[in-house]
Design a binder for this molecule. Structure first.
Ligand SMILES: [Mn+2]
Length: 287
């Protein structure tokens, strides 16, 4: 856990190799170039919610800026499912998706799976209490821990999947449901912070699926994995869900700053000043 005092965080969504938008966002948020890095005149810091790499044109550029800021103490950065997969491949001695990641791998492995500061929590996909508990103290730099996640059914494998990829439920076989990109899916990611008992598929799914299914409800056994978030706890900042513009990025205690930068060419951020209940007006975007 990171207990450093904070002057506020600017939480930036999944960058996926979009270094130009990253720089544009830093400028919009008021960060200034300083000794090969970027810093905010009021001492604010950025928080990157994972998935810095893959898909976009310049993952190396993103890693370079992020690592500089991290080393200069102006960025807090957590792992996304894309970085974790890279780490698993490294530990398994399989070829990396891209050789240019190699020089960054040991730095990536130093990043945490989730963070908690005096005013916020952040995890790539879901603050699932029992999974967070299992992963307390786990380090991606530890080969033995990473090896335990190779099998999806180990406690560590399940916990990592839950927090980095979200809590998933089986979707109806008929009608076939497609995500916003037109891909037919068998599993869908839920609004993990809510009590979803007895709710329809349309109400349960966070990343919406089409057509919307309001008359069927998911398997109660699968819904029982959900551990609704206690509203007395701190706000939670997420990435991961590629939310379409139709879905609110601020809901209850949860802020998801991930639209889909690759498809929508738009990057989102949230200016956080310690408010106990997040507000839509603090969202900014650039394209
Ligand atoms: Mn992700």
């Amino acid at each position: 856990m990171n207990n450093s005092s904070d002057n506020g965080f600017d939480v930036i969504g999944d960058l996926h190799g979009h270094s130009r938008l990253f720089l544009q966002m830093l400028e919009l948020l008021g960060y200034q170039a300083e000794g090969g890095s970027y810093a905010h005149p009021l001492g604010r810091k950025i928080l990157l919610v994972g998935d810095l790499i893959n898909r976009g044109p310049d993952s190396k550029g993103v890693l370079k800026i992020a690592r500089n800021m991290h080393e200069n103490g102006t960025a807090l950065i957590i792992l996304g499912n894309h970085e974790f997969r890279l780490i698993q491949r490294g530990v398994a001695q399989k070829p990396l998706d891209d050789d240019s990641y190699e020089p960054y791998l040991s730095w990536i492995r130093s990043l945490p799976l989730f963070v908690e500061t005096p005013t916020l929590r952040s995890v790539h996909a879901a603050w699932h209490y029992s999974s967070i508990q299992i992963l307390e103290g786990a380090k991606a730099s530890d080969d033995a821990f990473v090896k335990k996640t190779f099998e999806k059914e180990t406690p560590e494998g399940k916990a990592v999947n839950n927090i980095l990829s979200g809590i998933k439920i089986s979707l109806p076989l008929e009608p076939k449901l497609k995500d916003r990109f037109g891909i037919v899916r068998k599993k869908g990611r839920v609004r993990w912070w809510k009590n979803l008992e007895g709710k329809s598929f349309a109400e349960c799914l966070y990343s919406p699926m089409y057509p919307e299914v309001r008359e069927q409800i998911p398997d109660p056994y699968e819904i029982a994995q959900v551990e609704p978030y206690d509203e007395r706890d701190k706000p939670v900042f997420l990435g991961h869900y590629s939310l379409p513009p139709s879905v609110e990025k601020v809901m209850d205690m949860v802020v998801c700053v991930d639209g889909c930068v690759t498809k929508d060419k738009k990057l989102w951020a949230y200016r956080y000043c310690g408010e106990p209940l997040p507000l839509c007006k603090n969202l900014v975007s650039c394209e």
